[in-house]
Design a protein around this ligand. Structure first.
Ligand SMILES: Cc1cc2nc3c(=O)[nH]c(=O)nc-3n(C[C@H](O)[C@H](O)[C@H](O)COP(=O)(O)OP(=O)(O)OC[C@H]3O[C@@H](n4cnc5c(N)ncnc54)[C@H](O)[C@@H]3O)c2cc1C
Length: 509
């Protein structure tokens, strides 16, 4: 029995085809790990914005072999499948599939397979979370860490790297530190992309680029295959560190500040993933939610920019030198600065050494009447939250333009939008623009989605294309020119001939 297809795109499966597929999956992974319960599906459908793709069922394999069996069956039955590692993609799409699909829940694959404490690498399965890995590295006193980030510590380290997420510091480009993927395909095949494919695989944990074509990219932000484990390079943990915050002023001050700052990056005084720029809205939201403010901030407060730079070194003298150079270079271009010394030198309980506290997730609650008492879950708490992730050239005029477009959209739609940017290379920033609203307020969803569409269009016109996918941004992406789509469609077909894996995940395909 096959699912209905139309010109290569999967349509809603016939109920009996789904039943047959799920029965085969139940035989492969156990009926207890196949759910079509209305309660489960309602929970898996939760999202921080309205979206039309629905989970049809949830498969929760317990081993990599069981996951490959599900993938193979999906290929044989032509059933659309959407892999989810931990599903903490709040503001990107949560656990919703781009189009109706059965969910492949990989959270039970949660083994830290290997830690190489000498060279600082780790092999993890998709269910391994940031907090799990940080706890393990701390308990074993391993002098390496996974760079900390602003996302939830309950997210998957591997999925964040596959999604080209980032943390702070020189090792913050997670996909750049990921190699030797173990990939399952809907053909039932399984392959290793790195040295793990050779009989003597001693290089697998220490070198990621064997001779020949590199194919890891086909599994990043694409899901043409399902990644069952991967090797990740860890950051060496420095003993000393501090944060320096520079109050820049309004966005007309950005060009001079950014120019001076770029010199620090080129001179390797600061690592690019160590520098963030925040607009006033993001600063205000990081201090609490709107309902807690005694009076609304003056409009000008939303337009004030702050730069935070973190500096680490293993030697106190090097830290002091870096601090002095950074302050001396940037002081002429800011209003004031503050230094937040790392209170507990050497403690693993620091963002400088891989500890992600998840505190930033409160920004999803900006428009809610109150913060919940228990753990934060923006899906369940009906937060409206959505990202736009444009690349911005690392120059102050471009950053000021991003700010101008963002604030114009916020004013036009009367919605709260926060903007920030992180230096991602010597030449470009990754922009973080996030929309926060209350999904319980009638009409708020529609307003937010319209503002998001308008701002996305404005960024596209400006040439600020995204570096990270969200469901709405992928659906509305500018069409690519030339033969890119035709060629990538053929590559996808080679890996997933039935075209069932993560349908709709890549624009143009
Ligand atoms: C307030 C806030 C701040 C944030 N700050 C940051 C930040 O600083 N840096 C950052 O990087 N992110 C940040 N995020 C984004 C988010 O937290 C991460 O992207 C999170 O890691 C995603 O959840 P997950 O790891 O559980 O991945 P999942 O939701 O499980 O998966 C992410 C995507 O990858 C696909 N996928 C998952 N597993 C596989 C697999 N094994 N094989 C193939 N495809 C797969 C999924 O289909 C999905 O499309 C932030 C989010 C919030 C709400």
């Amino acid at each position: 029995v096959r699912f209905v297809t139309n010109l290569g795109s999967i349509q809603a499966p016939l109920p009996e085809a789904l039943t047959t597929f799920l029965a085969a999956c139940a035989a492969a992974i156990g009926a207890d790990h196949v759910s079509v319960s209305a309660v489960d599906l309602a929970d898996w459908s939760l999202c921080t914005f309205p979206w039309s793709g629905h989970p049809l069922a949830v498969l929760s394999p317990g081993t990599a072999e069981e996951a490959v069996a599900c993938l193979h069956l999906a290929g044989l039955h032509g059933c659309p499948l959407h892999p989810v590692s931990r599903g903490r993609s709040w503001g990107l799409g949560s656990r919703r599939p781009p189009r109706d699909a059965v969910i492949l829940d990989l959270s039970r694959l949660n083994r830290i397979i290997d830690i190489d404490a000498t060279s600082g690498t780790v092999r993890v399965e998709p269910g391994v979370t940031f907090s799990q890995l940080q706890d393990e590295l701390t308990a074993r006193e391993i002098p390496f860490h996974v760079p900390s980030f602003g996302g939830p510590p309950s997210a998957s380290v591997l999925a964040n790297a596959l999604d080209r997420g980032e943390g702070s510091g020189a090792f913050g480009d997670r996909f750049g530190q990921l190699w030797d993927l173990d990939v399952g395909l809907t053909t039932g095949e399984r392959l290793r992309t790195g040295y793990g494919r050779f009989e003597n695989a001693r290089l697998a944990p220490v070198h990621g680029r064997p001779v020949g074509p590199l194919i890891e990219g086909l599994f990043s932000q694409a899901s043409f295959g399902c990644v069952l484990s991967g090797c990740l390079g860890l950051a060496p943990t420095a003993q000393h560190g501090c944060y320096i915050a520079f109050e820049i002023g309004l966005s007309d001050k950005l060009p001079a500040f950014v120019e001076a700052f770029t010199g620090l990056i080129r001179d390797r005084v600061v690592d690019y993933h160590d520098a963030f720029f925040w607009d006033g809205a993001k600063q205000i939201a990081s201090a609490g939610i709107a309902a807690d403010l005694t009076q609304p901030p003056p409009p000008r407060a939303y337009e004030e920019w702050l730069a935070t730079i973190s500096i680490s070194a293993n030697h106190a003298m090097i830290l002091d030198c870096k601090k002095a150079i950074v302050i001396q270079t940037l002081l002429p271009f800011c209003n004031s600065f503050t230094i937040d010394e790392d209170g507990e030198p050497g403690s693993r309980n620091s963002g400088l050494r891989g500890f992600s506290d998840g505190g930033n997730v409160t920004s999803c609650y900006w428009a809610k009447p109150a913060l919940p008492d228990g753990p934060l879950n923006p899906d369940r708490d009906r937060c409206g939250f959505l990202w736009l992730c444009p690349v911005i050239p690392l120059d102050g005029v471009a950053l000021a333009r991003m700010a101008q477009l963002t604030q114009a959209a916020a004013r036009q739609f009367d919605i709260f939008i926060m903007a920030g940017a992180e230096a991602a290379t010597e030449r470009a920033c990754h922009g973080y623009v996030s929309f926060a609203w209350d999904r319980d307020v009638p009409g708020a969803d529609a307003k937010a989605m319209a503002a998001h569409a308008m701002l996305m269009e404005a960024f596209t016109r400006e040439g600020f294309h995204p570096y990270r996918p969200t469901l709405p941004a992928t659906a509305a992406a500018a069409p690519s020119q030339g033969d890119w789509a035709a060629v990538v469609r053929r590559l996808r077909h080679a890996l997933d001939p039935a075209g069932v894996l993560a349908t709709g995940r890549v624009a143009d395909l």
